[in-house]
Write a protein that binds this ligand. Sequence first.
Ligand SMILES: [Zn+2]
Ligand SMILES: [Zn+2]
Length: 345
Amino acid sequence: MVWEERWHPLRREWVVISSHRDRRPWQGETVGDGRAMPVPYSPDCYLCPGNVRVSGERNPRYSGVFAFDNDHPCVGPSAPDPLPLDDGPYHNRRADGLSRVVCYSPRHDLSLAELPPNDVVNLLAALQGQFRELAARPEVRHVLMFENKGDVVGVSNPHPHCQIYATNFVFRTIEVEADASATYLVDKGRTLFQDIIAAEERHQSRVVVSNEHAVAFVPYFARYPYETFVAPRTTHPNIASLSSGELEDLAQSLRDTLIRMDNLWRMPFPYVMAFHQAPTDGQSHPGFHFHIEIHTPLRKPGLLKYLAGPEIGGGNFLNDTAPEDKARELIAQSGVHYRSGPSHE
Ligand SMILES: [Zn+2]
Ligand SMILES: [Zn+2]
């Protein structure tokens, strides 16, 4: 049992860990895994090769990674001029930027965890190219890459894909992390995320995957059950500057982590995965260490962690599980996906 407050050094806020509360009887809503037996190609899917999207455009018969501008952009060049405002504390501006969709592969049925290792490397390499292109645009101040996976996080299409929001503002979490990293570097003369990795490796019990260039761990200050960080060992401000060796190791640790999550309950594990990269706003962001955060909304099979009073009402997280326990569960899983069969052992 762990019951204490833990400091989240990147967000600079407290997380309340109260694992004794996890055993309380639950009578709330439960959810299914929300996925019927998938098929390799779906004629109704607007992301599958050769199909027509809502814009009327037809997807090419692509074979690898396929990226295109989102037909329903949240920010984009087609955003209208803002409504006129005449008084008060309010102000507004155009929703400028670019929104993209990146399909992992032509296969409608293969999640990131199930893609062959080399395809994950190719995906990350494609994201490096996307970053370089989008970060170079003058209106773009930050490039957020993320995947929502599973019905419970509101995915509109099951075809494995991620999204990119290249925005004219820096997302709040990134702003806080950049500030925390820069301040830590001035105060201590060291990189905050390097110290986090070192602390996790000293402690060992929360490290899920470790290889030469990358590491995956459930952080000491995890806000969600099974929340996992995947990061290169060397400090890079964004994905674009990773060497091919670093990219391969990052891909391996990411894939291995996601496989363990799927294996845990033998179901596609829902998550929100976000790539945290330094802003591209023309400022320097010393100490920012590119990393991937995987936030997982399930506490148990079919049981959601609800955001309620403390999280929505107060803005701080209460985690009903001990990060050490959740890491142990992931570490105990096989690194071979349960759907890949014994021939792949
Ligand atoms: Zn599809
Ligand atoms: Zn982060």
